[in-house]
Ligand binder design. Sequence first.
Ligand SMILES: [Zn+2]
Length: 478
Amino acid sequence: MYEPVIGLEVHLQLKTKTKAFCGCANYFGEKPNTLVCPVCLGLPGSLPVLNQKALEYALKVALALNCKINRVFKFDRKNYYYPDLPKNYQISQYDLPLSQNGYIDIESEGKSKQIGIRRVHLEEDAGKLIHTENYSLVDYNRAGVPLLEIVTEPEINSPQEAYAYLTTLKSILEYLEVSDCDMEKGSLRCDANISLRIGKSEKLGVKTELKNMNSFKAVRDALNFEIKRQREILESGGEIVQETRLWDAEKEITTSMRSKEEAHDYRYFPDPDLVIFTAEEEFLESMRKTIPELPRKRSLRFQQEYKLSPYDAGVLTQSKALADYFETCIKLYPHPKEISNWLTTEIFAYLNEKKISFESLNLEAEKFIRLLKLLELKQINRNTAKEVLRVMLETGRDADTIVREKNLFLISSSADIDNIVEEVIRTNPGPVNDYLKGKENALMFLVGQVMKQTQGKAEPLKVQEVLRKKIPKGGQNA
Ligand SMILES: [Zn+2]
């Protein structure tokens, strides 16, 4: 039995106002080569200065991922020649990175597991190449954007675990509000390396590196493909070639890009333009204080404090915006289970259908809670409430107005219901007879008739009650 050994490398663009070592704006989508200066273009005589915000964001992430912060860290030049790199080196960190030895707790297929974080370091992004058929264009707007590299230990053992790690990591990063984490815009990118070993043997197999995956699902799919490909080679007596492979999402295969250079081929050496940094305990402490309650801890608190199931608590705390919204609602209306149900069913269904995120939802907590109160006060029934919620989400209008305009208030007067029930009994002798013979279904049919007559504005349980009262068993037709 082969066991996959997977390590993941995430590159995260930090959403600082300016680039990592110069004052150029850090902004996506601007005209090519308009956000550049002598520093990020590497012109002679220019000097880099570290962006304090970038350092703070990097430290926040490192602390949230339980990393040990190195008291002394420095920046190094990673030398290589490529058109997207104006200086011919990238400012990165080598032997003294910002932080090391952290971990993340994940849940995968019902089991908890801790994934080690080897290092979190700060570097700068390269420019972007746009390839056309006959030539390539280069845009240096991205060159020098602060980039965080987050590398795991090779402790992930299945594509599903890799997926769980990435969603957990993304959720933490979103809570920290240090990045858009948008894979489509490239602000979060992930590479994977994978090898197979026999059983739990110490000896690792030859690994391949996977690139070009544009979603977490693509990472999972690419790993699944690569496991199968490597297993087939090994089982037929072949050898794995150490190389970089590209995921082709359309064909759902990986293809060879280049054989792997070793890391030391990059010729790292300390950047003489940047000083050696020391992290003071006081400063670290002030950074620690900026870290909010993170998703996993919040989920556990939701389970205890609001008596939610682990599943519901997990879903509600995955996004900070959603978890904050949930807690705002509870302050207005202390019925966590009811609020949780509405959010995880009706509202999630709407988000899925419209393919939008919770953040772009148009529903103020006050308006949402007013709807739940109308339901509690029996001004409307549950089906009507769902209908009203839809209109609220589509139009942003409030529940009272919608209910009033569409005349959706429940018929609350007993006399009105009595009249309709009597009418239904009179016009449906067959089903009445069936009910008297013991067929409970017939009663449901009669309830349905009353609901139809009232256009759904009666409380079904109440209708049932009145019907039972008005058709006494052993009565006239028995
Ligand atoms: Zn610049």
